[in-house]
Design a protein around this ligand. Structure first.
Ligand SMILES: [Zn+2]
Ligand SMILES: [Zn+2]
Length: 304
């Protein structure tokens, strides 16, 4: 199985065709076998894909975030603030980006990416190029794919991301793009903070030199520099490539299947493209991960 939850390209191509089997087969695979809801304090019931590797990846991402935020704040920003070299505004700004990044991670990893309901009403799909999923025996709209890790069909599936242990589909794509944006900003800020620590800020006067992490701060800072730079570069490239995909209205799976023919690519108006993605006109809401996407296709509203 590959990174995107599909076995190989041929399987992906096969997913587009109707199988020669009875659509009402009684041996239907339960599409919701592979996720459960767990209770987390403050967050309530959150959706979690039962994939051991995916959960390990997600745990690694949380540890990455905790280390980066802790090291930036406790080793550099707070001692520099106490010595009067950094304003409180900069600390609050850094913490705001870190919290928005964490919120986007929680949303992207726990939101339902757009699990396809079981649709029997033919009127809904009249005139559309719908196909049939041979795995979960469901009718599905164009660009819906079956994810073998999540064991479900996902509408407008972009890809399965192991780092958030979830599919990226129609309903959580906005949270995934916010995650890329905030992770890029957080990585960049952390790298800038490291550079300030090494080249700009004087040796701290007010801090307790016997505290373990201040005593060995050089190693913590080397690690933070590598992590911050890595995060900024990787997330920056990913965000830019997602931005291009949003503008030309294509998904990663579509690009893996076949690159667009010359002359067939239409670059959409940026505002319209992002309005479609975030589901609202209010630009300020685009930046908030903790909200629900307003625009939902008719087949998502249809009872499962
Ligand atoms: Zn399916
Ligand atoms: Zn998936």
């Amino acid at each position: 199985m590959d990174l995107y939850g599909t076995n190989n390209m041929q399987n992906m191509v096969n997913m587009f065709s109707f199988p020669q089997q009875n659509h009402q087969s009684p041996s239907r695979q339960k599409p919701d076998d592979n996720y459960s809801y767990i209770k987390i304090p403050l967050l309530g019931r959150v959706r979690c894909i039962k994939d051991k590797n995916g959960m390990m990846c997600l745990l690694f991402v949380y540890i990455y975030w905790i280390y980066g935020t802790w090291a930036s704040v406790y080793i550099v920003l707070l001692p520099a603030y106490n010595d009067g070299h950094v304003s409180s505004f900069f600390i609050y700004f850094y913490l705001s980006v870190a919290l928005l990044c964490l919120g986007s991670l929680i949303r992207a990893s726990t939101l339902n990416p757009g699990r396809l309901p079981n649709i029997d009403d033919l009127q809904i799909i009249e005139g559309e190029e719908w196909t049939f999923c041979p795995t979960c025996n469901r009718k599905r709209p164009p660009r819906a794919h079956h994810c073998r890790r999540c064991r479900q069909c996902v509408t407008r599936m972009d890809h399965h991301c192991p780092w958030i242990n979830n599919c990226v589909g129609e309903e959580n794509h906005y949270a995934f793009i916010l995650l890329l944006l905030y992770a890029f900003l957080l990585g960049l800020l952390s790298f800038i903070i490291c550079m300030m620590h090494f080249w700009v800020l004087p040796r701290c006067v007010s801090c307790d030199r016997e505290v373990f992490y201040i005593k060995h701060s050089i190693w913590f800072m080397y690690l933070l520099t590598i992590l911050g730079l890595n995060m900024a570069l990787v997330m920056g490239v990913q965000f830019f490539s997602q931005h291009l995909n949003v503008l030309i209205d294509r998904t990663i799976l579509q690009n893996m299947q076949s690159m667009p023919e010359e002359g067939s690519v239409k670059v959409r108006d940026t505002f319209k493209a992002y309005k479609d993605l975030f589901g609202t006109n209010a630009v300020v809401c685009w930046l908030l991960p903790c909200r629900r996407r307003k625009t939902r296709p008719v087949y998502i509203q249809h009872p499962v």
